[in-house]
Design a protein around this ligand. Structure first.
Ligand code: NOJ
Length: 536
């Protein structure tokens, strides 16, 4: 476990997290869907890899319209994923190995089958009505304003019975909660406390930037035209989200949660999508969120300049506040985004090496350590974004195919046909094969994490940027550590300013190096290196 000598140290300082997409990680009971007991069986693998914490995506009861992000009971486990006893066993087994466990809390919306929404819909005059966002139609009878759903179409659905619309930034089956309601705030305090009492070490907060909406329900400015059959994400991005996202009083909720979580050392990690670095630093200001994901690096294709510029600007805005990610269960995998094949693997490893030196609390997404590209489906789509916008988008299924453990049927994920029907992964992409291959991406990631643990300056010493004189190259110094990320297509030579620098990690060879100490380094194309100087 990462440690720090400071009095105010928290477990997440210096830690590296690992996202488990529960449906597709490991299925212990042979029903084709991943479960909590399956995760417990694989904890030794995660310890061996060298991560410190596991974030588990929602495993609560849910009708599954958005694969668990439509929660119908926040304090239970869905039978498809196990039981509360399985959860307790998982937490106990993780803690015995020094691993922390984070759960995913989904506060922006519930399922339409949650008892609060059922009651709110049934009785417009009842106490539950104000837990959700209801508005009368516009004068023409249409939606109350121009807000869009992330998943396509308007963010409003008409309730015929009451004649009012409900707001949903995602599916109609995911009605948005009213975070100006004290009842909602009180209930979520209880939900957080309930999981803390069960031993969790923190929360990943879904859509943390969306909880509070504009009190006057103003239209968002439109910045691009909407066209027939447009990708829903492009349609969402055709508006400037001035009034539905990132409202200033949103952060009050996290200050309240911080008071509740901090005494228990429970980390608050927000999924946010701020308009820029300045707003990001507000989210992670003292007493608010402990960390926030910076998702742009997990969305970009291979654009070295932009990747480096964004990483730098975001680091400088919130030096220890970011959870860096190159991938998650919503985005194409980096190997695919960065060109696929060996080039994709090489580029993603170069970026991951830099990411591990940017401070904060980085996260890997299951399978990233294997250098996986997107899985290929055998049949139709599963993600509601694809299913409900046929032909407009490829959706999120490619990054959600089963974790390939070995070359047995279904890649060792399940004894049964998995819930998502994808082509099997080839042997070289499995955990079993890569464990036996010291040159594999898996060993590369393991060595990188080991280097970070062995040299804590890599995340905790103050960071200075070194001028590398090429916008496709970045170099940084943290105390006794220098990292050079060369994302260009040619070798680059960087002077280190003093002798005695020992290369200890190179992303391309995937191994720890024992080369001679030097005062300059020559870094191959699309490669990052880590150097240590014991004299500093
Ligand atoms: C972000 C989650 O990561 C995504 O999977 C989900 O669809 C939306 N939030 C809505 O909850």
């Amino acid at each position: 476990m990462a440690s720090s000598t400071s009095q105010t140290s928290t477990w997440w300082q210096g830690a590296v997290g690992y996202e488990v997409y529960v449906r597709s990680f490991a299925d212990s009971n042979g029903d084709g869907v991943g479960d909590l007991a399956g995760i417990t069986e694989r904890l030794d693998y995660l310890s061996w890899l060298g991560v410190d914490a596991v974030w588990i995506t929602p495993f609560y009861p849910s009708p599954g319209h958005d694969h668990g992000y439509d929660v119908s009971d926040y304090c239970e486990v869905a039978p498809r994923h196990g039981t509360l006893a399985d959860f307790d066993a998982l937490v106990g087994a993780a803690h015995r190995r020094g691993l922390r466990v984070m759960v995913d809390i989904v506060p922006n919306h519930t399922s339409s089958e949650h008892r609060w929404f059922a009651a709110a819909r049934r009785d417009p005059d009842g106490e539950h009505r104000s837990r959700y966002l209801w508005r009368d139609p516009a004068p023409d009878g249409g939606p109350p304003n121009n807000w869009r759903s992330h998943f396509g179409g308007p963010a409003w659905t008409l309730d015929e019975a009451s004649g009012q619309y409900w707001c949903h930034l995602f599916l109609p089956e995911q009605p948005d909660l009213n975070w100006r309601s004290e009842a909602v705030r009180d209930d979520f305090d209880k939900i957080l406390k309930w999981w803390i009492d069960r031993g969790v070490d923190g929360f990943r907060v879904d859509v943390a930037h969306g909880l509070i909406k504009d009190a006057d329900w103003r239209d968002n400015p439109q910045i691009a035209p909407l066209t027939e059959g447009m990708d829903p994400r492009a349609a969402f991005n055709a508006f400037e989200h001035l009034h539905d996202l990132n409202q200033p009083d949103n952060d009050d909720i996290f200050r309240r949660w911080h008071r509740l979580c901090a005494p228990h050392q429970a980390m608050l990690l927000g999924e946010v999508n701020p308009p820029g670095p300045e707003r990001m630093s507000g989210y992670v200001s003292p007493g608010a969120l402990d960390r926030a994901f910076f998702l742009r690096l997990a969305m970009l294709r291979w654009e070295p300049r932009r990747l480096l510029e964004m990483a730098r600007a975001m680091h400088d805005a919130a030096p220890q506040g970011i959870s860096w990610v190159m991938s998650n269960h919503d985005q194409p995998r980096p190997v695919s985004r960065f060109g696929g094949g060996t080039a994709g693997v090489r580029r993603s490893l170069a970026m991951s090496t830099l990411m591990m030196a940017l401070g904060g609390t980085p996260f890997l997404y299951q399978g990233e350590e294997l250098g996986l590209d997107d899985g290929v489906l055998r049949g139709g789509g599963y993600d509601p974004v694809t299913v409900r916008n046929v032909g407009a988008t490829s959706g999120r299924d490619g990054c959600r195919t089963p974790m390939p453990w070995d070359s047995s049927p279904h890649n060792g994920f399940s004894a049964a046909q998995p819930w998502i029907d994808a082509h099997p992964r080839r042997a070289g992409q499995t955990v079993a094969a890569q464990r036996d291959d010291p040159e594999s991406p898996l060993h590369c990631f393991r060595s990188l994490l080991a280097a970070r643990r062995q040299h804590p300056d890599m995340w905790r010493a103050p960071l200075e940027w070194i001028d590398a004189r090429d916008p496709q190259v970045t170099a940084l110094r943290r105390g006794s550590i220098t990292v050079v990320a060369n994302l260009s297509e040619s070798r680059t030579d960087v002077a280190l300013g003093s002798p005695g620098w020992q290369p200890v990690f190179e992303s391309r060879s995937g191994s720890r190096l024992d080369g001679p100490a030097c005062d300059a380094v020559s870094v191959p194309a699309e490669t990052s290196v880590v150097l240590v100087n014991d004299q500093r």
